[in-house]
Design a binder for this molecule. Sequence first.
Ligand code: GUN
Length: 284
Amino acid sequence: MQIIDGKAVSKAVKERVKAECEELKAKGVTPGLAVILVGDDSASQVYVRNKERACEECGFYSEKYALPASTTQKELNDLVDKLNSDSRINGILCQLPLPSHLDDKEVINRIDPIKDVDAFHPVNVGAIMIGDYNFLPCTPAGVMELIHSTGVDVSGKKAVVMGRSNIVGKPMAMLLLHENATVEITHSRTQNLAEITSGADILIAAIGKAKFVKADMVKDGAVVIDVGMDRDENGKLCGDVDFEDVKDKCSYITPVPGGVGPMTIAMLMQNTLTAAKLQNGIDK
Ligand code: GUN
C-alpha cells in the first residue's frame, strides 16, 4: 500500500501555477481572486485563510470580503455585481454554506460564468456535462490529479463514487467518465452498498460519514480516495474511510488530513490562472 501525498501533489500544482503566473505578469496580467465570506463559521474562516495564503504563494492579487452574518441578499448581490465588473478580479468565490437567510443559488447564478472559479454556475456545470469546459470544480479536479499521480490508468476501470452532491459526487462521476472509467454512483438509498463498492478498482468516498468505509467494502488492490472531512468520536479530524482498517487492502490511499484537502485549493489557483488567461485573450 502507498499513501498518496496530497501536500506534495498540491505543492507541485501550485509551483506550476506560480511559474505560469510569472509568465502572465511579464505580459502585464496579474491573476486576481476575490473571496467572499459571510458570517463567522469557523471551518469557513480556516478555508478562506488558506485560500488567501495560496494566492500569496502563487503570486496572485487577492481581495477578501468578510461580511457580517446580518448581510442582506441585496448587499451580497451588489458586491458580486461590483466584482463582476472589476477587471483586476478574474475569479470570484463565495464560500458556502451561507447563513440560512441567504440564497446560495442566487449568488452562484449571479457570478459571471467566466469568473466562476468554483465551476458552480449552471453554465459551467452544463459545460462539464458535455466535456467542453473552462473550469473544473476544484475538489473533483484535485481528486483526478491525485489519481494521475499514482500512474494508474483510469480507462476501462470500474470506478464507484459514494455520494451524489452537486459539489463533489456528480461532477466527480463525470470526470471519471471523461477518462473512460465505468462509473457507478452510490447514495443513501443504495441497496447492497458493500457489494457495489467492493467491485471498485477506484473508490471515491464523499459522503460525510466518519470512518464509514471498512475493509469489507474495498476490493483488494483498489485505489481509495477519501474526500471526507469528518470528526471521529474524540472530535479528531478524519475521513469517510476507516484508514487503519482499509489501508492494507488498497494499492493507494489518501490520508485525512493531507490528501484531498490541499488539492482543492491548488485547483482553485489553477482555475483562477485559467480565468485570468481567458479574460485577457491569452490561450489556455
Ligand atoms: N464550501 C465547501 N467547499 C467549498 C468549495 O469548494 N467552494 C465554495 N465556494 N464553498 C465551499
